[in-house]
Design a protein around this ligand. Structure first.
Ligand SMILES: *[C@@H]1O[C@H](CO)[C@@H](O)[C@H](O)[C@H]1NC(C)=O
Ligand SMILES: *[C@@H]1O[C@H](CO)[C@@H](O)[C@H](O)[C@H]1NC(C)=O
Length: 538
C-alpha cells in the first residue's frame, strides 16, 4: 500500500469517526427565558431593572464546547428586545447574532427561539441586551464554555469556578438614560460599580486550594482595574485564548472584555478585599467584594488596595504582556495548526477613526464620518429578500474621510476569506473599546499617536492572541488582523454603549456570490420578520 493511499485511508476513517463523534457528542440544551421588569436596590435606592427568569443579573449559561443551545426568549417588557451572545462566533449563522442588523427585535408579549452552537469555542463570555438602552438595566449574564473531557486544558482543574460580572452602573432607569441621549446630550458619570449586581458579595474558599475567577466587564463606559488584596492572579484565558500564564497583581479589564485567572489561597486564613475600580477617571468609583477563607474570623479592615498609579502607560504595557501560548490546546488541540497569521499577506487594510461630532446640534458618535442608524429592516433580511433601499455598499469609506460627519447606515462589503488588517485610530482623549461579532481577531499591537505603515515593524507577528473586544488608548492606535472566514452580516461596534447607541457601529458584509449551505446556513424557519420584510415569506 502506497503512502498516499494509507494516508487517504486514515483520513477517511477519521472523517467517518468524527462524523460519528459529532452526532454522539453534541448534545442539545433547552432553555426558556422570560424577560420582565423588576425592582432591586443595588446602590441603596430602589430602581427598575430587567430580570431574566426573575434573576438580576441573568442566569449563568454554562455549556460545553460544541453544545447546541436552543433558547426560547420570551419578552414581557413594554419595548422590543433582543439578546446578543458576546463572543459566540455563530459560525455560518449570523441569523442568530441578536443585533438589529441581523434580527428583528422581539415585540412585547412575543418570543423568539435562538438556535446556535458553541462550535469550537472555549472560555469566558457574556450575553447582554442589544436593544435601546436595556443593557443599563440588566439582562446581562455570564456565558461560560467548558472544555470537552477529551481535550485537556493547559492548567490544573480549579477547586471551584467563580464568575464576576463587574461594571459601572447608573441609578437612573434605562428610559431616563435613553431620553438624555435622544435629546442630544451625553450621559453623566456613572453612580457606582457593581459586582454581580451588588456592591458587596463574598467568595469563599479553603486555604491551599486554587480557584478560577472569570471576570467580565459588563459595564457601560468605564474600564475597570481588578485586584485581590495580598494575592496574585495567574492569567490563563482571555476571550477563548489560552495565554501565557503570567502572574499579575492587578488587571485592567475594558468594557466588553473577559479574562479568567487562577488564584491560589496561599495567605493567612483571613478575609481579603476583592476590588474593581474605575480606571482613567477623575473621580474613582470602587466596588469591593470579599474573599473569605474557610474558618476566617478576621474581617477586612483598612483601605482596600489601590490601583497602579500610572494609568495609560501601565495599561498599554500590561496589554503587551498578553501572549498566546503556542503549545496549548484551545477548544481543539493545536488550534493554530499549519495556519500562521504572521505569515499571511493581508488582502486589504481598513482604518477606522472614531469621532464624537455634533450633528444637527445633537451629540452623536461616528466611525469614518458616518454615524450609523439601524433601519427598520434588518440588513441581513434585506440581503436575503433582495429588498432595495435599506442600505448601500458605499455608505462608508474604509479610511477616515475628513468630511463633516453625517448620519447613515454603514455597511462595508468584504469577500469571504479576505484576510484584513484593521487599524483603530483614536484621536479622542478618551479610552475606546471595539468589538467584532462573528470572529475573534489577532491583536497585533498598540501605539501612541498616529498609525502609519512604519508602525507595522512593531507588530507582534509571532505570538499574538485572539480575542473579540480590543481597547484603544487615547490619542493612540490598535491594529488587528481578521480572517474573514465566516459568511454573514457582522456588527462592528463600540463596546461603550452610549457610543454604540448614538451611531458608533457598522456592519461588515462578508459575502460570496455562490450561495451554498457549506458557507452559510439557511434562514431559520422561525425567523421574525419586520420592516420592509414584514409581509414576506422565508
Ligand atoms: C415561541 O415559543 C413557542 C413555544 O412556546 C415556539 O413553538 C415558537 O417557535 C416560538 N417562536 C419563535 C419565533 O421562535
Ligand atoms: C503553555 O501550554 C503548555 C501545554 O499545555 C503548558 O504545559 C505550559 O505550562 C504553558 N506555558 C505557559 C507559560 O503558560
Amino acid at each position: 500500500m502506497g503512502r498516499t493511499v494509507a494516508l487517504h485511508l486514515i483520513v477517511g476513517v477519521l472523517a467517518v469517526l468524527s462524523l460519528f463523534l459529532v452526532n454522539a457528542e453534541d448534545p442539545y440544551l433547552y432553555y426558556t427565558w422570560t424577560v420582565t421588569y423588576g425592582t432591586v436596590s443595588p446602590l441603596g435606592v430602589p430602581q427598575q431593572v430587567i430580570l431574566i427568569n426573575g434573576q438580576f443579573p441573568g442566569p449563568k449559561l454554562e455549556v460545553v464546547t460544541n453544545n447546541n443551545i436552543i433558547l426560547n426568549l420570551i419578552n414581557k417588557l413594554d419595548e422590543p428586545f433582543l439578546l446578543t451572545w458576546n463572543g459566540i462566533k455563530q459560525r455560518k449563522n449570523s441569523w442568530q447574532d441578536g443585533v438589529l442588523g441581523t434580527n428583528c427585535p422581539i415585540p412585547p408579549n412575543s418570543n423568539f427561539t435562538f438556535k446556535f452552537q458553541a462550535k469550537d469555542q472555549i472560555g469566558t463570555y457574556t450575553y447582554f441586551p442589544s436593544t435601546l438602552m436595556h443593557r443599563a438595566a440588566g439582562g446581562f449574564g455570564a456565558l461560560n464554555i467548558y472544555h470537552r473531557s477529551v481535550i485537556p486544558i493547559p492548567y490544573p482543574a480549579p477547586d471551584d469556578d467563580f464568575t464576576l460580572l463587574i461594571g459601572d452602573w447608573f441609578k437612573s432607569s434605562h428610559k431616563t438614560l435613553q431620553h438624555i441621549l435622544d435629546s442630544g446630550r451625553s450621559l453623566p458619570f456613572p453612580d457606582g460599580v457593581l459586582v454581580n449586581g451588588q456592591t458587596t458579595t463574598t467568595f469563599g474558599g479553603d486555604k491551599g486550594k486554587i480557584y478560577m475567577f472569570r471576570i467580565s466587564n459588563v459595564g457601560f463606559s468605564t474600564s475597570l482595574n481588578f485586584r485581590i488584596q495580598d494575592h496574585t492572579m495567574k492569567l490563563v484565558e482571555v476571550e477563548g485564548s489560552h495565554v501565557m500564564q503570567n502572574e499579575y497583581d492587578s488587571l485592567d479589564v475594558h468594557v466588553g472584555q473577559s479574562v479568567a485567572v487562577l488564584v491560589t489561597l496561599n495567605q493567612a486564613p483571613k478575609d481579603y478585599y476583592i476590588v474593581a475600580s474605575t480606571r482613567f477617571t477623575r473621580r474613582v468609583l470602587t466596588a469591593t467584594a470579599i474573599l473569605h477563607y474557610t474558618n476566617s474570623h478576621t474581617l477586612v479592615s483598612g483601605p482596600p488596595p489601590a490601583a497602579p498609579a500610572t494609568a495609560y502607560h501601565w495599561s498599554m504595557q500590561q496589554a503587551r504582556t498578553y501572549r498566546w501560548n503556542l503549545t496549548a490546546n484551545a477548544a481543539r488541540p493545536n488550534p493554530q495548526g499549519s495556519f500562521h497569521y504572521g505569515m499571511i499577506t493581508p488582502t486589504g487594510r481598513i482604518i477606522f477613526e472614531n469621532s464624537a461630532p455634533l450633528i444637527n446640534g445633537k451629540q452623536r458618535y461616528a466611525v469614518n464620518g458616518v454615524s450609523h442608524v439601524s433601519p427598520d429592516t434588518p440588513l441581513k433580511l434585506a440581503d436575503y429578500f433582495n429588498i432595495p433601499g435599506v442600505y448601500s455598499l458605499n455608505s462608508i469609506q474604509t479610511v477616515p474621510s475628513g468630511a463633516t460627519a453625517t448620519v447613515g447606515t454603514s455597511v462595508i462589503p468584504c469577500s469571504l476569506h479576505d484576510f484584513i488588517e484593521i487599524v483603530f485610530q483614536n484621536n479622542e482623549m478618551t479610552m475606546q473599546s471595539w468589538h467584532l461579532d462573528g470572529y475573534d481577531f489577532w491583536v497585533l499591537g498598540y501605539g501612541r499617536g498616529q498609525w502609519s505603515e512604519a508602525k507595522r515593524r512593531t507588530y507582534n507577528l509571532v505570538d499574538a492572541f485572539t480575542r473579540h473586544t480590543v481597547q484603544v488608548y487615547p490619542n493612540s492606535w490598535t491594529a488587528i488582523y481578521a480572517s474573514l472566514d465566516n459568511q454573514g452580516m457582522w456588527n462592528l461596534r463600540s463596546a461603550k454603549w452610549e457610543r454604540q447607541y448614538l451611531g458608533q457601529q457598522l456592519y461588515l458584509r462578508v459575502w460570496t456570490p455562490t450561495k451554498s449551505l457549506a458557507n452559510e446556513y439557511d434562514i431559520p424557519s422561525n425567523v421574525l420578520l419586520c420592516g420592509k420584510a414584514a409581509k414576506l415569506h422565508p
